[in-house]
Design a protein around this ligand. Sequence first.
Ligand SMILES: [Ca+2]
Ligand SMILES: [Ca+2]
Ligand SMILES: [Ca+2]
Ligand SMILES: [Ca+2]
Length: 430
Amino acid sequence: MEQRRCLTWRTRTIWIVYILVLVWKTALGQFRYSISEEVTEGTAVGNIAKDLGLDKATLKERGYRIVSGSAEPPFRVNTDNGILYVNRKIDREEVCDRNKMCVIDLKTVLENPLEVHYVAVEILDVNDHAPIFPEKENTLEISESALPGARFQLQAARDADSGSLSVQQYKLSHNEHFRLEVKDRGEDRKTPSLVLQKSLDRESVKTHVLLLTAFDGGKPPRSGNMTIIVNVSDVNDNPPVFSKEAYSAHLKENSPFGTTVIQVNATDLDEGLNGEVVYSFGNDVEARVRERFDLNPVTGEIIVAGLIDFEESGRYEIDIQASDKGAATMTTDKVVIINIIDVNDNAPEIEVTSFSHALPENSKPGTTVALISVKDSDSDLNGKVVCYVSKDAPFLLAPSLQSNMYSLVTKQVLDREQQSQYNVLIVAKD
Ligand SMILES: [Ca+2]
Ligand SMILES: [Ca+2]
Ligand SMILES: [Ca+2]
Ligand SMILES: [Ca+2]
């Protein structure tokens, strides 16, 4: 009883294994062919008759066909010669996942009696795609204050082919400011980045144009390009610079209000507000200067705004500043020298110290009758004074040791009976 049950169990197991082997054999079919993608229609894939172990006549007699759901199957069998042919061009990238082995399974049947044979056709990749970037051009804005070592990730190129036929390396056109760094993230994902290796200066080069090239591993390799435009954005790193080392001007005293004395000019290499210049007086400029001069903040013109009197001040040294409008303002100082030119706006003044009593008529020639002093507030020639008296008068002016001092002396003996009084006119001229 025990023995019979054991026998039944063993028999059942043997049958199950036998059936499984049959199913496995049938299911896995047993031919495997391989062809390259993109081969022309009509390319032979394999000899079915031979691989089934049948001669052509038997194959044709029994009937052999591919059981396919698709309207336009990629393969066909010629039952006259038992060969499997390509029926249409096959694009590996269209029928398969990029990074998986590409196999097309065909279910075929041989009739009389009915047998199912699976045929696996592996589609081999060819390098029919070049790497391609998502965009032809990529624009980056990088501040000129970016430090060397700063990293800027770029878009990666894609290549529809698989494995070594997809993107393998990147190259960057030569540029002293940037180098390329490529991170390998596995599964054919390589990400390129720009790394700043030398500081940028917007004032020297505003735009850098780089060319990034991706290569696949084909023989020969195929490649794709992307233009990288780096726009260097400004920071306020330049102070205004005056166009002259020194500024000086001459101004006539009493010049009318609004007269332009001098125009200063400063430029700033930066961009926008960072490069816009305004002018102002320095903080230490005294009130008496501010009362006499205005400085136009936009044009840099110094304009007369008060009475300019040489006798009060012959020279002004004015501190001015040029500042940009950057957030962190940069300022440059300069001294403007204004020399005032004297004009003859003061008449000489005469002071007479004369005898308070009458002069005796017997006074000797050369007797001093009055002391004359002249002064003139102007300078140089405008302040030099000459004095004289009328030639007809019996008096003359004798210069004294002190400058601008004269003595009025008698020229001859006077006669009271002829003239008892003289009015002497003294003229002082600058
Ligand atoms: Ca490729
Ligand atoms: Ca391909
Ligand atoms: Ca600036
Ligand atoms: Ca700048």
